[in-house]
Ligand binder design. Structure first.
Ligand code: KMH
Ligand code: ZN
Length: 309
């Protein structure tokens, strides 16, 4: 694959990690906005966003919560804004899609299959919590299915068609690539696919190089040159997996949503620090990073002005 410039995405807060795990997780609207802009300034072309309660840090999927930072981020940087439809584990799909309905972003995530989504094992490492929701939230994932049925996916694809929103297809295993191919075969998808291989989530594929290669080879077989490949390595594997993906012609996603680490037992101090670290790897390979407008062009996005915020 002809190596183009590498699109860096940054997922600044997410719903996987809880506030007591790191002091660097942005929680308030101002912290989320500041981290997003700093990540963009550091080289992230796409910013993936969740929202949280500003006091307790609990994931908040209400449009009101997103409305507190979206306009400011758009005002302060030109990054592509990518809003989650995944929300937090346990949320209903109807709740999860409300921010995309309200704000009609250029890009949104779309999770390509139901799965176990375990975070309870983090309780083995994190014992003290500031807020009473954190431990039960993590423990609750022991008996949780992250629901993304074929009907859920159809509903979100239809929403995208209506709002001009294109998708970052989150594929946690090769089965999810076949699900995506099913929707392509049914003619429900147009234009280039932005496939995000999400590796290292308990319930999905692992982060071994063979897992990374398997996801790439399966996507190549199913989608040929119809897709742009990106990779998330969750947890401490983040930079190792990003480096491998970049050498394979892929794009990368980093951010405190999926890893609070910069290296073994070393907390990342900010999202921007992770962006700078992956940018150094990319440029060290003799590659260049892509701008936000180049990402828009490659992913055929509608432009920031067409969003409803
Ligand atoms: N947190 C990642 C494992 C979404 O927001 O829709 C995947 C993700 C899902 O970002
Ligand atoms: Zn997310």
């Amino acid at each position: 694959m002809k190596q183009r410039r590498v699109i860096i995405s940054c997922a600044v807060t997410g719903a996987v990690h809880t506030p007591s795990m790191t002091p660097h997780l942005p929680i308030t609207p101002q912290q989320i906005a500041d981290d997003a802009v700093a990540a963009a300034d550091a080289g992230a072309a796409i910013i993936h966003l969740h929202a949280r309660d500003p006091v307790t840090g609990r994931p908040d999927q209400t449009p009101e919560a997103f409305g507190k930072f979206l306009p400011q981020i758009k005002e302060r940087c030109d990054a592509v804004i990518n809003i989650t439809t995944g929300g937090a584990p346990g949320m209903q799909v109807t709740e999860r899609i409300q921010p995309v309905i309200r704000f009609r972003p250029e890009l949104a995530s779309l999770n390509m299959g139901s799965m176990n989504f375990g975070m309870y094992h983090m309780l083995d490492r994190f014992k003290e919590f500031k807020f009473d929701w954190e431990a039960s939230f993590l423990e609750g994932t022991r008996d949780l299915v992250f629901k993304n049925t074929f009907r859920d996916i159809e509903q979100i694809l239809q929403l995208g068609k209506e709002s001009g929103t294109r998708f970052e297809f989150e594929c946690y295993d090769s089965a999810h690539l076949y699900n995506l191919r099913h929707f392509v075969d049914r003619g429900l998808l147009e234009g280039p696919l932005f496939i995000q291989s999400v590796l290292g989530i308990l319930g999905g594929a692992g982060t071994h190089p063979e897992d990374v290669v398997h996801m790439k080879r399966t996507a190549d077989r199913l989608f040929g040159d119809r897709y742009h490949w990106s990779v998330i390595g969750a947890g401490s594997a983040q930079l190792r997996v990003a480096a491998l993906a970049a050498t394979m012609g892929g794009n990368v996603r980093v951010g405190l949503e999926d890893s609070i680490w910069l290296g073994p037992d070393r907390l990342a101090e900010s999202n921007a620090q992770q962006v700078r670290a992956v940018r150094a790897i990319i440029e060290g390979l003799g590659l260049e990073i892509a701008s936000a407008d180049e990402a828009r062009d490659r992913l055929q996005l509608k432009g920031a002005a067409a969003a409803a915020f």
